[in-house]
Design a protein around this ligand. Structure first.
Ligand code: NAD
Length: 490
């Protein structure tokens, strides 16, 4: 019956208001053996992956003593050797600056005993019904419970992994209460606090977030986390403190809103492509000036991909449908995003017949990462192979990860120039700045004339003009018959 000890204010209750200074009791004092600067905390971070490793390193670089925990012995060994366990710009530098304050272990319980606040950043994969699966989080929570049994003092547990709204105050709180024998919200704090980061800029995003989102089951936990987060940034950052479920909803609402905005720009792009003289860049440039709209993520380019946007949007729709609420907008966004691959394949087909060589430049879902989850480049390469094209691919970082999906269906080019030399059509699907270095000499010599579909406007159009027709998504001057525009728009 320990589960019933979960404090009543977990679901829907608690703080939608500003909360005062941190309450520091005798119990909160760090153990005498830990020599830390004033205000520094003892923090454990469970999960040293793409998000957890940077978070642990950010906290330790800011003076906190951090114990990283992972099931992977190699990740733990890397951290203990002072080596970044994942590839992320700026991470190694932070670890170097941590000066021994960052250690790692595979023992969650001991890490909990040795620290005062624990952040959980383990995977929450998407299940077949579109919901996030909490198994890894719950397994971490059970081990945390074991650690809590071995200490007397208050401890704050923070879920940073993306979870379905209702999880933290529901199954996670119940599991924590059962595993620790403590009353959640009184003897152990519980928060939900996601990060809003993009791979490739995780360190920069963590040091300069727009806000700290803190869902809390009790004010003491929220204040403790707010203090930690406020000390881990490069400038003052507003905190939004609220109950657990509002924070969980906010996390997927932010991503769903952004995916809707990206999709709007792509919808606009498709419209413009059908109107002679139209240019989506000109339209979105003006649209973004309206402060109600804003210019970020408003570019007619490729669809969105990566480990968060697509699945958060699907989870939002699944949740709404499951509750009997309308999910039309999220569902339409998902459908329109899948449509972007068909649209790009059709653009290729206007310039080359099946059997021709088409190069896909960019396999990572965004620049500066090797991650190819739901990547537009990989999906386009697959669609082009299905359509009968010979496909070449290149990516500065993601060749090995893409190979797991593309296997030997495509030819892997060592450089962008190799792609330019061989392909009749070249498609830039990721805005890697390296692709800007392509020169006219890299392309097929005259009389051949290549086509480059530059989804992210990275190519030097003036330099390539002598050898290459540059096609930009959202421009109506590519294939439009002005008479048709007149007929429909008149
Ligand atoms: N990667 C992103 O861009 C991003 C952005 C926002 C939110 N998130 C969310 O953050 C969470 C983590 O994502 P990630 O990309 O860092 O995952 P990841 O797969 O890169 O890393 C997860 C790490 O957790 C470890 N792990 C798994 N179970 C464990 C356990 N029980 N105990 C200890 N370690 C364990 C794994 O070994 C791995 O090293 C997910 O919920 C994800 O949705 C990720």
């Amino acid at each position: 019956m320990v589960a019933l000890q979960v404090a009543r204010n977990l679901i829907g209750g608690a703080a939608n208001k500003e909360i005062g200074a941190v309450i520091v009791s005798q119990q909160d004092k760090p153990s005498p053996d830990s020599v830390m600067p004033e205000g520094a905390m003892a923090v454990s971070v469970i999960g040293l992956g793409k998000l957890g490793a940077p978070l642990a390193a950010v906290a330790s670089s800011k003076g906190h003593r951090v114990v990283g925990v992972d099931l992977s012995a190699s990740a733990v060994a890397a951290v203990n050797a002072g080596i970044a366990p994942v590839d992320e710009p700026g991470l190694q530098d932070l670890i170097d600056r941590s000066k021994g304050r960052l250690t790692a272990t595979t023992d969650i319980a001991q890490a909990v005993v040795d620290t005062e606040i624990t952040l959980i950043i383990v995977p929450t994969p998407t299940g077949p019904d579109g919901r996030f699966i909490n198994d890894h989080v719950l397994s971490a929570i059970r081990a945390i419970g074991e650690g809590l049994k071995r200490k007397q003092t208050y401890h704050c547990v923070v879920v940073t992994s993306t979870v379905m709204p209702g999880s933290t105050g529901g199954v996670i709180a119940e599991t924590l209460a059962r595993a620790s024998g403590r009353v959640v919200g009184r003897d152990v704090g519980l928060c939900y606090s996601p990060e809003f980061i993009a791979l490739g800029t995780v360190v920069r995003d963590m040091l300069n977030p727009d806000m700290h989102l803190i869902g809390e089951c009790d004010p003491r936990a929220g204040a403790m986390l707010e203090k930690l987060l406020a000390s881990c940034v490069d400038r003052k950052v507003p905190a939004r403190r609220m109950n657990l479920i509002n924070a969980e909803i906010t996390k997927i609402a932010v991503n769903t809103f952004v995916t809707t905005k990206i999709t709007y720009a792509n919808m606009l792009g498709e419209l413009c492509e059908h109107l002679a003289g139209a240019d989506a860049d000109v339209v979105t440039g003006a649209l973004g000036m309206d402060t109600r709209i804003g210019g970020k993520y408003l570019k007619a380019a490729t669809g969105y991909g990566g480990p968060c946007f697509p699945r958060d949007n699907v989870a939002f729709a699944t949740l709404a449908r499951g509750l009997g609420a309308r999910a039309d907008l999220a569902e339409a966004t998902d459908r329109m995003n899948h449509h972007q691959i068909d649209r790009l394949t059709a653009t290729v087909a206007r310039h080359a017949r099946p059997g021709a060589t088409v190069a896909v430049l960019g396999l990572s879902y965004k620049p500066d990462t090797e991650v190819v989850e739901a990547s537009q480049g990989v999906m386009l390469a697959q669609a082009l192979v299905r359509a009968g094209y010979k496909v070449m691919v290149h990516d500065p970082k993601a060749m090995a990860t893409a190979r797991r999906s593309l296997a030997d269906a495509v030819h892997y080019a060592a450089t962008p120039a190799q792609c330019a030399a061989a392909a009749e059509v070249l498609v830039v699907t990721t805005g890697w700045p390296q692709f800007a270095a392509l020169r006219a000499e890299d392309f097929k010599p005259a009389p051949a004339r290549s086509v480059a579909i530059d989804c992210w406007r990275v190519l030097d159009a003036d330099r390539l003009a002598p050898v290459c027709d540059i096609v930009v998504p959202g421009r109506g001057d590519d294939h439009i018959d002005p008479a048709a525009t007149k007929r429909v728009a008149a």
